[in-house]
Write a protein that binds this ligand. Structure first.
Ligand code: G4P
Length: 534
């Protein structure tokens, strides 16, 4: 098959949701349709159970499962689908955010009982930063959920995106009869059955069809009323608006009962974007560009001290990746080849010979890679747009064994290169502050520093709540900040100036007193411009 056809064939996406909305269940149903698994229940949830929050070894074990399911590739109707898994646990949210930089679109699952939840909002903010096309699946229609119109209002308001329902439910919970496809004028009849594959479908002239009313009475009349409202309120669906991230088509169903899932999948392969061009320091690189390029968006360490290798996950962006061919590691300016590049599926790991734009491959690594690294075929550009987000919890790293300070230094640099946490420094690196989105990472860091690097440490709590990257043109622009807030000023690993705020109040005060400086809550790797002398 030609390279162009290989690209046309691929759809690389992620399913995202607040924990418990049904991401794992929907993933599994997709895999069933794709023939990648044979029975429901075959894919282990990588969901980190609430009971395990204090047991990080258990969490790492479960993260081990998540490596195996990092990328699930299957074929459906001649389309090759790369489904990237995202950890559900809030403490690993940064991992999820970064994975979103490697996809071309997302399916967002919302629980119809709970509506838009906290994690949904954060995930969507990341999608909105990059105008990632979104399809929304409102799940659990078999339960007594909220009124659909109300849910759609909430989605538009909280997620800052326009929606357009492509189907509409007939009843909800106990009165749930099925989902009416507004474009095909067909009704998929609901049955509670976890193993079913095909929906029973009835076709009608339109929503006013007498047959529909005689079959469903009141519920059909309510459907007419709702659809009239939908047609009056929401913009018409176009693939262009969806692909530019302006408009999100909405589907209703029940993942557990495999209801509405096939319709979702079929629409997805019809409208979801093929691998897209990507921004680099040398301008946009198209997937059709003949030379290979790609970037690392995730690194997974092997916790077994006997196997210190790591797996770097690379998204192929252009050209063709080949096993055992030398590629340029741009940051290190070094040629590297890979003997065992791997693809992962459920518990299977396969060595691959080649990969095309849209594919994600696992590269065994002994410490060469950092999040955001670019590989090319003898070119020096780097991919942009792999963001770091402001952490929420900050602690000072304190060595408890002065003889091991070198090991501690090396260990914390490597662990933060993996993206486990962010490292900020003060006083020429002597004071180290670790920022994370969850408590769990501190346990993991402490364990790994002790076991892998032989460096014992402790953490001292700090009362910062937010980090923001400060950009300025002239050094005088931040004179005031340095004078009053020197203790809050740190550097990130790339030397960028970062302001750590104890409260919204201190942040707002700093912003208003330093009007020429810009305060940003995300920073993109490979685009650092600011150097700050301590
Ligand atoms: P997540 O990955 O987004 O965290 O969610 P997951 O798929 O694990 O689903 C969370 C819970 O919601 C599961 O129940 C799952 O069975 C249930 N669920 C998913 N889709 C539907 C649906 O359409 N209708 C209903 N009623 N429930 C649904 P659980 O009890 O937490 O787990 P399990 O014991 O069923 O695995």
């Amino acid at each position: 098959m030609s390279k162009i056809n290989e690209i046309q064939k691929r759809r690389t996406f992620a399913i995202i949701s607040h924990p418990d909305a049904g991401k794992t269940t929907l993933t599994e149903k997709f895999l069933l349709f794709g023939g990648a698994i044979q029975v429901a229940g075959a894919v282990k949830s990588n969901k980190i159970k609430k009971s395990a929050t204090s047991d990080f070894m258990e969490i790492e074990r479960q993260r081990g499962i998540s490596v195996a399911t990092s990328v699930m590739t299957f074929e459906y109707s001649g389309v090759r689908i790369n489904l990237l898994d995202t950890p559900g646990h809030k403490d690993f949210a940064e991992d999820t955010y970064r994975t979103l930089t490697a996809v071309d679109s997302v399916i967002l699952v919302i629980d119809c009982v709970k509506g838009v939840e906290e994690q949904t909002e954060k995930l969507m903010q990341v999608c909105r930063l990059r105008n990632t096309p979104v399809i929304i699946f409102i799940n659990k229609l078999d339960r007594e959920g909220r009124v659909p119109i109300e849910l759609l209002d909430e989605i538009e308001e909280k997620l800052n995106i326009k929606v357009r329902p492509l189907s509409w439910p007939l009843g909800i919970g106990l009165t749930f009869k099925g989902v009416y496809n507004l474009y095909e004028n067909s009704l998929s009849l609901f049955q509670a059955n976890k193993q079913r594959i095909e929906d029973d479908v009835l076709f009608f002239k339109d929503i006013y069809d007498k047959e529909l009313v005689s079959m469903f009475g009141e519920t059909a009349l309510k459907l007419q009323e709702d659809v009239e409202l939908v047609e009056g309120v929401y913009d018409h669906f176009t693939k262009e608006k969806y692909q530019s991230g302006e408009l999100a088509p909405v589907f209703f169903g029940s993942a557990l009962n495999n209801f509405g899932v096939k319709e979702l999948l079929e629409t997805f392969i019809r409208i979801a974007p093929i691998p897209r061009e990507r921004e680099t320091t040398a301008g946009l690189i198209s997937p059709n560009y003949e030379k290979f390029s790609g970037f690392v968006f995730k690194i997974h360490a092997n916790l077994d001290p006997k196997h210190r290798d790591r797996i770097a996950f690379l998204r192929v962006c252009s050209g063709k990746f080949e096993r055992n061919k030398f590629y340029t590691h741009v940051r290190l300016d070094r040629e590297i080849k890979f003997a065992n590049p791997a693809s992962f599926m459920a518990q299977d790991k396969n060595v691959i010979e080649e990969a095309f734009p849209g594919d994600v491959i696992g590269l065994y690594d002994t410490g060469n890679f950092k999040i955001g690294d670019t590989l090319t075929e003898k070119e020096s550009f780097m991919f942009k747009g792999i963001p770091s987000f402001s952490p929420e919890i900050f602690r000072e790293l304190v060595s408890t064994d002065p003889m091991k300070s070198k090991q501690l230094e090396k260990g914390i640099r490597q662990l933060t290169d993996e993206g486990l946490a962010q490292l900020f420094t003060q006083h020429n690196g002597l004071r180290k502050i670790i920022g994370t989105v969850g408590e769990l990472q501190f346990d993991v860091i402490q364990y790994r520093l002790t076991n892998e690097y032989g460096a014992a440490c402790n953490f001292r709590p700090l009362n910062f709540i937010k980090a923001c990257w400060v950009y300025y043109e002239n050094p005088e622009d931040i004179d005031e900040l340095k004078r009053i807030r020197a203790q809050n000023i740190v550097n990130d690993k790339h030397g960028n100036l970062v302001f750590l705020a104890e409260s919204e109040y201190t942040l707002n005060a700093a912003m208003s007193k330093n009007p020429k400086a810009q305060f940003r809550f995300t920073v993109e790797h490979n685009t650092q411009t600011v150097e700050f002398e301590d």
